[in-house]
Design a protein around this ligand. Structure first.
Ligand SMILES: *[C@@H]1O[C@H](CO)[C@@H](O)[C@H](O)[C@H]1NC(C)=O
Ligand SMILES: *[C@@H]1O[C@H](CO)[C@@H](O)[C@H](O)[C@H]1NC(C)=O
Ligand SMILES: *[C@@H]1O[C@H](CO)[C@@H](O)[C@H](O)[C@H]1NC(C)=O
Ligand SMILES: *[C@@H]1O[C@H](CO)[C@@H](O)[C@H](O)[C@H]1NC(C)=O
Ligand SMILES: CC(=O)N[C@H]1CO[C@H](CO)[C@@H](O)[C@@H]1O
Ligand SMILES: CC(=O)N[C@H]1CO[C@H](CO)[C@@H](O)[C@@H]1O
Length: 634
């Protein structure tokens, strides 16, 4: 770098009147100019680094004193410090920090007195967004149990798979899920006791609600949940990795503590009111959102389900200042009919991921000056970015400071073979700026990967070995990203056997297996296709029939609706005479994805999922046009 003032002729300030001062000022102006030119984000990067360091010191401090402070401990501290402060506002009811503390004590006492649960046992929780989700979660955490959050969209066989994979002793279900659970009750593994948050329950299920009404709310001794190792398990959160059925990612206390600092790092304070419409069973809402509120002592306005038409009304009603989003949410809000006074609210910050640049711009135009902070972080991965400079579309920036702490790479990827490209020596290579590459992050002592519950093979599949040299290990995020000239990172696509739709990852093998159960289906090949105007990809199943069998469209519809969550149901079917044998299976999938769902381009019969007719119907040109124009909503 140029030396300060070196470009200035020294005799310029002729009467040699304090020449060094002139030189210094000129030098500083020049330096600042240089900094703006070469390092325009220097100050924001540095600011971000200081925050990261500060929270590192914070976690370190508590470790040094020999006392490990978990997110639950922080909650207890807040409950003592500000008992009357609203913690959760749900359907107009206020639950203060003290209220939540008391009710979760009750939950703890019920299980302490009426079940054989002990510290370290896993409890699966199937509930929608409601205060009791948090009461049960915290109550069980107070007993040192590990809570597994089940995705509440998942049904039957997939749900059973999820429950089996985390080996719980107890299953707690919300009132809305009694029917779901009754369906699988006979198939549940031996020794799981089922509890429901409802007064009257069928045989074989215990009523938690009834027991709560008589339970004591006195404090649970800290010895039940005090931890001696921050890497011990705290939660299981299900994710669809790059392959197969959902997997339970183990979240240890340390990851939860780190995530809970997120809101603070984005600039939230205890005065903020955070609007939460995302499902609590995902890490964004539970770890970042609820954990973040606790860290700050802030208020969370919880909603059972996101509603685009109610969104701004709620924001006004509750004086919301911050909300969490996924890309779809911003898009739905932009699609709402325009109304008077749309900028009339107090929201100043939105935190989330997946907002595309076009939607992002429209959103700002329409709803006013809201700072949008994108972040990226795989639930189970050891990598995260924050858009701490608010650049439109980007998930964050890999800055100089960042690289000191996280080792990540974008490596070249073969889209057709669906695997990283390796050179003659067998090493992977970094992509050039501007090209999409697979995001991987190094796994080592400092940067551990905690793996999935139950299955070693699955854990190993998420890891890439011998990447740049013999013996190195990287975590494969399954996400393709692009890095621009300024080092901003942009989400590009997902690889492997999953695609994203409505904010959820869809495992193609799972969907394929469900359709394959039908007796007339020979083979089902599932993938996602791009539909203009939507985030992610819509599901499509390419199928072949068994000899002498005919396609029963209603049966296919019934099958997917019965067994798959709404986001995983294929929107389109494509009937193929036989699966083409060109090259590998993966290669063929690549071709199918490219071909999309246009009846004008594809000669095979195409079908469209029609929820009114409760069947798949032929995908005509009219239907196709209406989908493209947004007149038919997917
Ligand atoms: C959590 O944050 C601390 C401090 O920033 C860091 O030292 C630690 O490695 C992080 N751990 C995980 C698992 O994220
Ligand atoms: C929102 O703020 C206004 C003005 O500060 C206040 O009068 C009102 O009570 C607040 N509403 C809620 C639900 O806190
Ligand atoms: C683990 O995964 C492998 C491959 O996905 C599978 O064959 C095996 O049955 C699984 N084991 C368990 C215990 O789920
Ligand atoms: C299918 O039907 C044809 C004629 O109807 C018959 O010749 C053939 O054996 C059948 N194949 C099978 C596998 O049932
Ligand atoms: C997502 C995640 O857990 N990231 C962590 C990876 O490890 C670094 C420290 O080495 C943490 O700071 C990150 O939070
Ligand atoms: C948390 C954080 O640093 N957010 C940044 C996001 O982007 C804006 C610019 O629009 C910055 O001012 C913020 O600092």
């Amino acid at each position: 770098m140029a030396e300060p003032g070196s470009g200035l002729p020294s005799g310029l300030a002729a009467p040699t009147f304090l020449p060094w001062l002139t030189g210094l000022v000129a030098g500083m102006v020049f330096l600042s100019f240089l900094q703006k030119l070469l390092y325009p984000y220097f100050w924001s990067d540095l600011w971000y680094l200081l925050k990261v360091v500060r929270c590192g010191l914070w976690t370190g401090k508590h470790r040094q004193k020999g006392e490990l402070v978990t997110v639950l401990d922080k909650f207890l501290i807040q409950a003592k410090k500000r008992p009357q402060k609203p913690f959760i506002i749900y359907e107009g009811d206020i639950h203060t920090y003290e209220d939540v503390d008391r009710r979760s004590n009750k939950v703890a006492h019920v299980f302490l007195n009426h079940s054989p649960l002990k510290r370290g046992d896993t409890v699966a929780l199937l509930m929608s967004n409601e205060p009791d989700f948090i009461h049960v979660w915290f109550g069980l955490a107070k007993l040192g149990c590990v809570v597994a959050f089940l995705n509440s969209n998942v049904r039957s066989v997939s749900l059973l798979h999820c429950i089996r994979s985390c080996e719980p002793r107890v299953l707690v279900v919300g009132a809305d899920f009694l029917e779901t659970i009754e369906d699988i009750l006979p198939s549940l593994p031996e020794g799981i006791s089922v509890w429901a948050m409802k007064d009257s329950v069928p045989q074989g299920i215990t009523s938690l609600k009834e027991k709560l009404s008589t339970a004591t709310d006195c404090r649970v001794p800290r010895s039940h949940h005090a931890i001696s190792n921050t890497k011990s398990p705290y939660l299981y959160i299900f994710t669809s990795g790059t392959t197969g059925l959902p997997k339970a990612a183990m979240i240890c206390h340390l990851v939860a503590i780190n995530s809970s600092i997120g809101l603070w790092a984005f600039g939230c304070t205890s005065d903020d009111i955070i609007y939460m419409t995302l499902p609590l069973y995902h890490s964004a809402a539970s770890l970042l959102g609820i954990g973040g509120c606790i860290e700050l002592g802030a208020t969370c306005v919880l909603r059972k389900k996101f509603s685009a038409s109610q969104f701004w009304n709620d924001c006004r009603k509750y004086n919301v200042t911050v909300f969490q989003y996924i890309g779809e949410l911003c898009r739905y809000l932009c699609k709402q009919p325009k109304r008077e006074g749309e900028k009339d609210h107090r929201v100043r910050l939105a935190i989330g991921n997946g907002a595309r640049s076009d939607v992002w711009r429209e959103f700002l135009d329409r709803f006013g000056n809201i700072k949008i902070c994108e972040f990226y972080g795989a639930t189970e991965g050891n990598i995260s970015f924050m858009n701490h400079t608010g650049k439109i579309g980007s998930v964050g920036r890999a800055n100089f400071f960042h690289k000191l702490f996280f080792t990540f790479h974008l490596i070249k990827y073969d889209f057709q073979k669906d695997e990283p490209i390796r050179d003659e020596q067998g090493w992977c290579c970094d992509v050039k700026k501007g090209e999409p590459g697979l995001l991987i992050s190094q796994v080592n002592e400092k940067n551990p990967f905690f793996g999935y519950a139950g299955n070693k093979t699955q854990t190993e599949k998420k890891l890439l070995c011998d990447v740049f040299k013999k013996g190195d290990v990287y975590f494969n995020t399954g996400d393709l990203m692009v890095q621009d000239q300024e080092n901003f990172l942009y989400f590009w696509d997902r690889i492997g056997d999953t695609f994203r739709w409505k904010g959820e990852n869809v495992a193609t093998t799972e969907v394929g297996a469900i359709i394959g159960m039908l007796d007339f289906i020979q083979e089902a090949n599932v993938y996602g296709v791009v539909v203009p105007g939507y985030e992610g990809k819509a599901g499509m199943a390419s199928i072949t029939l068994k000899p002498n069998k005919s396609l029963d469209l209603e049966k296919v519809y019934e099958q997917v609706v019965t067994f798959l969550p709404a986001y995983a149901r294929p929107q389109f079917l494509r009937m193929q005479e036989k699966m083409e044998a060109t090259g590998t299976f993966k290669l063929q999938k690549f071709k199918l994805v490219e071909e999309g769902f246009s009846p004008l381009k594809i000669s095979d019969s195409l079908y469209f999922m029609d929820n009114l007719k409760k069947s798949y119907v032929p995908l005509t040109k009219e239907i196709y046009d209406q989908i493209i124009l947004g007149k038919i909503k997917l």
